[in-house]
Design a protein around this ligand. Structure first.
Ligand SMILES: CC(C)(COP(=O)(O)OP(=O)(O)OC[C@H]1O[C@@H](n2cnc3c(N)ncnc32)[C@H](O)[C@@H]1OP(=O)(O)O)[C@@H](O)C(=O)NCCC(=O)NCCS
Length: 178
């Protein structure tokens, strides 16, 4: 267990404890994104968080996967992928923050900020120069969060998932120089 504050800690997700992740995301994801999908996000959660996909992601070298624990309760998760490069951004060593999700009930209390700041420090210590991530353009809450933390717009792509509503398919890439 890695303590970021007295109440907030990170627990590494591994081959022994990954099965909770699917159930956690079945709860958290729809609260934030069900309105993006014609099936309320069922397909997305079932594929991204299938046993097969989680095990594949856990086996990826240079990646770390964490549960976010607040007052002994698992309330979120995220991944880090070291040396994942953002296309078109060549400078320095880069790390990607992948799919950070916190339960709606604890959003806006500084937990996300603490996690990004922890990652920034860890990345700096390891000689990394850039943190970047993907964010849905139609999720203003997440965009304000990254903007507030000093992330800058870089580029965009459109997701081609059939079940995703057309008007929310834009995903932007944002980055921060450390
Ligand atoms: C986006 C998310 C990770 C942010 O984490 P969080 O713990 O809720 O955010 P914090 O409380 O740490 O906020 C940090 C800063 O962002 C700002 N912020 C957070 N939510 C905001 C909002 N809705 N509007 C404007 N600013 C916001 C806060 O003002 C805060 O700045 P301050 O400390 O100067 O006041 C979290 O809300 C979340 O998981 N959302 C749902 C899933 C999601 O969209 N994930 C992102 C996938 S890319």
């Amino acid at each position: 267990m890695l303590y970021l504050t007295e109440h907030l800690s990170l627990k590494e997700i591994n081959r022994e404890n990954y099965s909770q992740l699917y159930f956690l995301m079945r709860t958290i994801y729809p609260l934030a994104y069900s309105h993006f999908w014609t099936d309320k996000g069922d397909w997305y959660v079932n594929t991204q968080y299938s046993e097969e996909n989680i095990l594949r992601e856990l086996s990826e070298e240079k990646s770390e996967y964490y549960y976010v624990v607040f007052n002994d309760e698992i309330i979120g998760n995220f991944r880090i992928i070291w040396d994942e490069k953002l296309e078109g951004l060549s400078e320095g060593k880069q790390v990607k923050l992948h799919r950070i999700y916190l339960h709606q009930k604890i959003q806006g209390k500084g937990i996300g900020k603490n996690i990004v700041s922890w990652l920034e420090n860890k990345a700096k210590e390891k000689g990394y120069k850039i943190i970047w991530l993907d964010a849905m353009n139609e999720q203003p809450q997440a965009l304000s969060f990254y903007k507030n933390l000093g992330f800058k717009y870089h580029s965009y792509i459109f997701l081609e998932y059939d079940l995703l509503h057309q008007h929310v398919r834009k995903m932007i890439q944002v980055y921060k120089i450390l």
